[in-house]
Design a protein around this ligand. Sequence first.
Ligand code: NAD
Length: 445
Amino acid sequence: MADKYLELVNFGVTKKLAKTLGLPRPAILRRYAPGAPLLPGPVLLLGESAEAQGIADTLLGWGLDVRRHVTGDTKLGGIILLLDELGAPGELSAPMLAAGDALRHLAPGARIVSFSRPALGTDAPATAAVRQGIDGAIRSLARELRGGATANGIVLNQEVTATAPSAVAALHFLLSGRSAYVDGQFLSIETRKGTLPANFEKPLAGKVAVVTGAARGIGAAIAHTLHRDGATVVVVDVPAAGDALAKVANQVAGTALQLDVTRADAGAKIIEHAVSRHGKLDIVIHNAGITRDKLLANMDAARWDSVIAVNLASQLAMNEAFLAAELPGLRIVSLASTSGIAGNRGQTNYAASKGGVIGMVRASASDFAANGGGINAVAPGFIETEMTARIPVPTRAVARMLMPSLMQGGLPGDVAEAIGFLASDAAAGINGSTLRVCGQSMVGA
Ligand code: NAD
């Protein structure tokens, strides 16, 4: 499963050889490690905005060295672009060109984060033009970065300021190693809701979380990450995966629930287990999923229907049970896929289920918000798991090389980090959205 090429070009004699031959060398990504600094160097704040002071105070509060200019041979850990007050296309050139000048100072694993406002149909055309233009500019910049650096954006809606809890938490997530495989993406902050954690290393302290499909792969990684971040974790999988499930439950000091999520009473069983064993239910991660790939011309009803049943219908039914139980503050994160956004040959059934998840979370957001909670999705791209290990080796190698600047697949833990962030109370101002964890590639499972 491991990406052998990435290892070869980054270590030992083969690293030297790859350099000499001028082979593409995907970087080792800067991933989160407890206790590690938030950024690998000072952060440069570019652009003019009334939000500048609030953002600078936030960064200083995290112990970062905040600069307004780059000097000498400084290696920057990050660049923050303040683009939230731009009103016409001509105003984008100064901050973007200043960022361009600073790029050669970026340290490996650096982060660029923009702040902007959404382009609405009610905006003046020139305002909407520059706001939508930021989207294209940041996504393109992300494709130009090297050394495992990424560029993403935070979009502040209506009255939301950069000091709103979810804007602060989104900034922390995007700067940290937790967002290693999130690239060229935007997090939209809808409201001022949310509470920042007392400790950013334990954002899920005291929470009870359920993860479905947790016996292996991404689900097992999610269980480990939520446990690391302080949650008590209930792992769910089909009875046939019972042994592997028990092992994961032991590793995360949680409990196991053997359950097929397509059962009509799955939602009730999950609530009953969480409440009777742990006293409450705060977080549900809908991760259980299957693929039954076939070209549509060769598709049969069993393949189509089973994928929709496991990946989508089960979630709709469980969500109804959760809403009916009026669980206070329940936060849900659902697994979508880039296949559901861009489509994928041989996956009409799977893409229908994953596109379906994106529609479902958008339409369920206000219902969950009514109980003080929320629902979002994460859309992984190409993640190195048993699911993608079934893709033939040459196809996999080519797929990795085609990934825009990062040139590698993601790891299950990368998806888990984004889920941990969206599941936290600090993300309460983000609702109904889908975050891609895809290294900016649409190739995926
Ligand atoms: P996986 O096949 O390794 O694991 C899926 C788990 O779900 C298994 O343990 C399986 O037993 C369980 N499961 C299946 N049907 C179930 C049911 N009816 N009830 C309970 N559990 C059930 O898959 P993975 O690669 O870890 O993917 C996890 C999720 O991420 C899926 O929803 C998948 O569609 C999504 N995803 C994966 C990728 C990728 O690249 N691997 C990309 C995009 C999305």
